[in-house]
Design a protein around this ligand. Structure first.
Ligand code: G3H
Ligand code: 13P
Ligand code: ZN
Length: 342
């Protein structure tokens, strides 16, 4: 089947009460790892590429690799999503390129660092919604800012300074007509999220539930949702790496989120850790090797393992065959029948 819209995949996930992992890619091996994991677990797939990933893969490689994925796995509904679009123009170029879903991250200014005003966020997101929906493409927006790379105040790893305000979230969804809403509940991007195991208090799960209660029909998105498993950290450090002790988002907290409206869960760091550990192991144990396949194959396998595990834990496993693709043209017709209110 052709690439499908994120909206369709998330609508189906809401019906089934499960979440869907959105895994970042930059190259062929990562796409292969995700598709193999999806086949093994019979899961629908969200593959996402950041601006950095698009630059790295020169867009065209990425596009054709994704076409190869849909040819090789026609039975698996697969979304190609732009992660953290920094401006309407970035989103438009992704739509032009064939992405079936885009994130307009208007919680930050176009520099990708400075927290924006509510008005700017509404204006930029609405602009993208209008253009994207006319083509049947899905839009994810964000209200509140994550820690890590989204922290514009240089407060380091603090993900708590710009939490999502539940009332503002309702206003934002009403004003933009978006399809999925990313919220800030104390997570941050990257490996260094927490210096001890976070509880539901550290993670502000109560706020997530409050947001969901105000927006029961909106698909919520959790960014910064890698669990940063200790076993993957240990492999890296065992083979010469120097990761400092760190904790990610516990899977049970993500599962609580899924019970409360979270449908898309963004994971990049766990894949990076799996790949790096596997490559370090080969370099350490077989320093005589120089065929890239000798370390890229185990790297791909390690990423597949962690992705397949997350697909099972998020509940998407077993759901690939539940539905047939709605074409983007038909999605556009559906949007046209329900235009944005403002
Ligand atoms: O949101 C961040 C993702 O992990 C992508 O990271 O911008 O380094 O590709 P990147
Ligand atoms: P992690 O760094 O926790 O994997 O988050 C990835 C993410 O949110 C991509 O948008
Ligand atoms: Zn993110």
């Amino acid at each position: 089947m052709p690439l499908v819209s994120l909206r369709q995949v998330l609508d189906e996930a809401a019906k089934g009460g499960y979440g869907v992992g959105a895994f970042n890619v930059n190259n062929m091996e990562q796409i292969q790892a995700i598709m193999e994991a999806a086949q093994e677990t019979n899961s629908p797939v969200i593959i996402q590429a950041s601006r950095g990933a698009r630059a790295y893969s020169q867009d065209r490689y990425l596009y054709h690799l994704m076409m190869a994925a849909t040819e090789l796995y026609p039975e698996i509904p697969t979304v190609l999503h732009l992660d953290h679009g920094n401006s309407p123009e970035t989103c438009f170029s992704a739509i032009e390129m064939g992405f079936t879903s885009v994130m307009m991250d208007g919680s930050l200014m176009a520099d990708g660092k400075t927290p924006s005003s509510f008005e700017y966020n509404v204006e930029a997101t609405l602009k993208v919604v209008k253009a994207a929906h006319a083509k049947g493409v899905t839009v994810e927006g964000e209200i509140g800012c994550l820690g890590g790379i989204e922290d514009g105040h240089g407060a380091g790893l603090d993900g708590l300074s710009h939490l999502t305000d539940p009332k503002q979230a309702v206003e934002f969804v009403k004003a933009t007509g978006l399809d999925a809403l990313a919220i800030a509940i104390g997570t941050s991007h990257g490996a260094y999220k927490f210096s001890s195991k976070p509880t539901g208090e550290t993670l502000k799960m109560g706020r997530l539930i409050e947001i969901h209660n105000g927006l029961p029909g909106t698909h919520l998105v959790m960014h910064g949702s890698s669990s940063v498993p200790k076993d993957l950290q240990d492999i890296i450090n065992k083979y010469g790496g120097k990761l400092k002790p760190t904790w990610g988002v516990p899977v049970e907290e993500i599962q609580l989120g899924i019970k409360n409206g979270v449908r898309k869960i963004n994971v990049d760091t766990d894949s990076r850790l799996a790949i790096t550990g596997a490559i370090r192991k080969v370099f350490f144990e077989k320093p005589e090797e120089f065929d890239p396949r000798s370390y890229l194959k185990p790297a791909r396998e390690a990423m597949k393992k962690v992705v397949a595990l997350r697909m099972t834990q998020f509940g998407q496993a077993g759901h690939a065959g539940d539905y047939k693709a709605i074409s983007l043209a038909d999605m556009a017709k559906q949007y046209a029948a329900q235009p944005v209110a403002v």
